[in-house]
Design a protein around this ligand. Structure first.
Ligand code: AMP
Length: 110
């Protein structure tokens, strides 16, 4: 998708430092971190949201990539978040799995 910022990141157009990458997904740090560790894991291919992915390999790989980053950073407590739709806080319409860690987090989420 031509104008999608996350497609461009996945394509390496900004020389983003990937904490993890493979043939299906890439992981990189959020530009506006909401926790000391805030990593986004995205598929290389463009899907607007999680409900648009029917390929279980990609859904699985997003979480496995997140787990690899968790291990790499030595994180023990963390939260995965997938905001889906405007009212849930989705601002970038290329699906991304948030990995948040490094501070105490409240529940329920706001
Ligand atoms: P969401 O609100 O769930 O759609 O999350 C979008 C996230 O993408 C936010 O946490 C933004 O800070 C982050 N973000 C937007 N543009 C960039 C970028 N160029 N590089 C890294 N993170 C970004």
């Amino acid at each position: 998708m031509g104008e999608c910022i996350f497609c461009k990141i996945a394509n390496g157009e900004f020389n983003t430092d990937f904490l993890y990458e493979d043939d299906l997904v890439v992981a990189f740090r959020d530009i506006e971190p909401q926790a000391p560790d805030h990593i986004l894991i995205i598929p290389r291919d463009h899907y607007i949201s999680i409900k648009d992915i029917s390929d279980e390999a990609i859904i699985g790989r997003l979480f496995l990539a997140g787990n690899k980053v968790v291990e790499q950073l030595g994180i023990s407590s963390f939260r995965y978040v997938i905001n889906t739709g405007k009212d849930a806080g989705q601002a970038v319409f290329h699906i991304h799995l948030h990995l948040l860690a490094g501070r105490k987090m409240g529940w329920p989420p706001g």
